[in-house]
Design a protein around this ligand. Structure first.
Ligand code: GRF
Length: 220
């Protein structure tokens, strides 16, 4: 089967991009990265693409008169690259309904919380302030409302006593690096269908165990 062609959109350090680069290097992984786009010329993720020999472009939003013009440039770059799936991996620009509709069910985002809890920015600070004992990450298809849309995959991590933003972020990030390649794998294998704004995953299995936080006695 032909591999799913990814375009990865970034704005910064690109560790989630790196997780996809690494996954795509595995034999049998059903996707390949055709293009990396950054809206910021200084994004460190661009070096990761270069190191992996993946075509990368900067499309600097500041060079365009308005959001629409920027998005038209993005859209033509994605078209030229033959993208089948757009992955927003730390891409820090809001997208207009026009762009979101154009890539309907062909664009995913990774967000560092268990959506629908804590959409938007400052996720970890808000999770800590709320006192939740479990957080995590979500990969979802993109809809016009920020950080919403059918959920493809989630991973949960405990919030530990004494966590600060940095420690929680690092624990969630580790989960992100497994969750994003997993979601792309499922989509690449054609196992994800969107039905009534929820994802149906073929062969998702029925294994699972409760994650406790704090740990019950004897399981610390
Ligand atoms: C990640 O936490 C991702 O969930 C969020 O932005 C961050 C990007 O990190 N959307 P990186 O650039 O992939 O390292």
């Amino acid at each position: 089967m032909a591999r799913l062609r990814l375009a990865v959109l970034i704005s910064g350090r690109g560790t989630n991009l790196q997780s996809l680069i690494d996954a795509c290097a595995e034999t049998g992984y059903p996707a390949e990265i055709g293009l990396v786009i950054s809206n910021d010329p200084d994004a460190r993720g661009l070096e990761r693409a270069a190191r992996a020999g993946i075509p990368a472009r900067t499309i600097d939003h500041r060079a365009f008169p308005d959001r629409e013009a920027f998005e038209r440039a993005l859209d033509s770059a994605l078209g030229e690259a033959g993208a089948g799936l757009v992955c927003l991996a730390g891409f820090m620009r809001l997208l207009t309904p026009w762009f979101v509709e154009r890539w309907h069910n062909r664009m995913i985002n990774i967000h560092p919380s268990l959506l629908p809890a804590f959409p938007g920015l400052d996720t970890h600070a808000r999770a800590l302030a709320s006192g939740v004992r479990i957080s995590g990450c979500t990969v979802h298809f993109v809809r016009t409302e920020m950080d919403s849309g059918p959920i493809v995959a989630q991973a949960a991590v405990p919030v530990l006593q004494g966590d600060d933003e940095a420690r929680l972020a690092a624990r969630v990030l580790e989960a992100e690096h497994r969750c994003l390649p997993l979601a792309v794998r499922l989509i690449g294998e054609g196992r994800v269908r969107v039905s009534g704004e929820r994802c149906v995953i073929e062969g998702a299995g029925n294994r699972g165990a409760a994650l406790f936080s704090p740990s019950p006695p004897g399981r610390a």
